[in-house]
Design a binder for this molecule. Structure first.
Ligand code: ATP
Ligand code: MG
Length: 425
């Protein structure tokens, strides 16, 4: 006899979304699509695998993602490919490849799994879902305000606006940032004794990231560091002021965070994060910014771009803490049938309900069994109603409608009356 094989399990940090979890995802996806539609944003669907070079060139060699988080492999031709760790690079690649950036304006979104080899923990996975929103061809701060307001509307729709704080900063231009960087390195050099090992390394590769450090021992020293805001030129400053003016006018609350630098190299001017303190350490739900320089960096003609990415697992965890987060039921009506004739009629009635009421979720009991066991399944399904057909009823052309969640009376109806009744409830 063959040995019993060990069960193969999923890869660490890569989760199944089980049937009972799907309604929560559907609710988020439905809400997010409705909000995106209401702002006139279009969906773009992109490959999950791209050439490794694309991410190296766009995200930057000395970032956490490229240094240690990418799933990179050689395909059979020997080309180096990578499972996308984020969507901005692929979205830009596609738009450049199809000539969508030439004298055009675009408001786009994409949705799907991203892959990063991180240490799995609550709110941090190796495969996770992102909604990405990207806009191209608009240099003014009004579009910065629009995408922030779009996300703000999504939070309001999900009843979580009061659980999120909008943090804002400006990273200026590359030139402004370079001047600032050298001032910052000078400052950190005066406090070398306080810098942890990670930060000492970053001092030479990506000193801005030190501002982002969560190490409490460094907090005081970091608070005293020079602020990038003081190094902005005229253009960056006016851009930022216009953004905050619009947000003020529109009543979108925000906090200025001079230490918000974002992990990726490609940002310029506006950067923002929506953070919550209800999810423990993984508190950033949505993050984005302007990346005007990236298109040129990828070999295109200089152009404007701003976008954000939203972590769906974190959003779901937060949405579930909100009052009144309820998901649509999976089943509205569970149809029970017993007897030879009832089995046939059951099919007809179920199809008639689906024809007349396409939004009604009708489950037809399959596989036989007594009334008692069928009722148990009806109850367990969460359905509001059971429709019951026995041979006796079937012969008279009648069905019974039994409310499963209320004390209302059971009714005996013709199939047409059943449709009318269910239409009204
Ligand atoms: P973090 O600082 O948490 O690592 P990040 O700066 O790497 O975030 P982005 O690349 O800006 O994150 O991604 C945008 C959003 O995607 C994050 O704010 C978060 O909600 C989500 N996200 C990023 N990485 C993960 C992950 N490994 N698992 C789950 N969600 C993630
Ligand atoms: Mg990260």
């Amino acid at each position: 006899m063959a040995n019993k094989q060990a069960l193969i399990q999923a890869i660490r940090g890569m989760h199944d979304i089980l049937p009972e979890q799907s309604p929560g995802w559907h609710k988020l996806e439905k809400t997010m699509r409705a909000v995106l539609d209401s702002y006139g944003y279009q969906e773009i669907r992109l490959p999950i695998v791209e050439k490794t070079e694309l991410f190296k060139r766009s995200i930057g060699e000395v970032t956490d993602i490229v240094e240690k988080e990418m799933y990179t492999f050689d395909d059979r031709n020997g080309d180096s490919l990578t499972l996308r760790p984020e969507g901005t690079a692929g979205c830009l690649r596609a738009c450049m490849e199809h000539g969508l950036l030439h004298n055009q304006v675009h408001r786009l979104w994409y949705y799907g799994p991203m892959f990063r080899h991180e240490r799995p923990q609550k709110g941090r996975y190796r495969q996770f879902y992102q909604l990405g929103v990207e806009t191209y061809g608009m240099a003014d701060a009004d579009i910065d305000a629009e995408i922030i307001m779009l996300s703000d509307r999504l939070w309001r729709q999900l009843n979580i606006r009061d659980k999120l704080e909008l943090q804002l900063n400006s990273l200026g231009t590359v030139e402004e940032r370079n001047i600032y960087k050298s001032r910052l390195v000078e400052y950190f050099n005066q406090h070398l004794d306080v810098l942890d090992e990670d930060s000492q390394r970053r001092l030479h590769t990506n000193p801005l990231r030190i501002l982002d450090s969560k190490n409490p021992a460094m907090r005081e020293m970091i608070v005293g560091a020079p602020a990038l805001m003081d190094y902005l030129g005229e253009d960056s400053r006016t851009h930022f002021e216009k953004l905050t003016d619009i947000l003020d006018q529109q009543g979108v609350k925000y906090t200025l965070n001079p230490r918000l630098v974002r992990g990726l190299d490609y940002y310029s001017k506006t950067v923002f994060e929506w953070v919550t303190d209800e999810l423990g350490a993984q508190g950033t739900v949505c993050a984005g910014g302007r990346y005007d320089g990236l298109i040129e960096q990828l070999g295109g003609k200089s152009n404007s771009a701003i976008g954000f990415a939203l972590g769906m697992e974190r959003l779901l965890a937060l949405a579930e803490t909100a009052d009144g987060f309820h998901t649509d039921p999976t089943v509205d009506v569970y149809l029970i049938r017993m007897g030879e004739m009832a089995e046939k009629v059951g099919f007809q009635v179920a199809e008639q309900l689906r024809d007349a009421l396409p939004f009604l979720k009708v489950v037809l009991h399959c596989g036989g069994g007594g009334f008692k066991s069928q009722f148990k399944k009806a109850d367990k399904s969460g359905a509001e109603y059971a429709v019951i057909i026995g041979d006796e009823e079937a012969e008279k052309g009648l069905v019974s409608l039994k409310p499963l969640r209320s004390q209302d009376e059971q009714l005996t109806l013709t199939p047409d009356e059943l449709v009318k009744h269910l239409q009204q409830v």
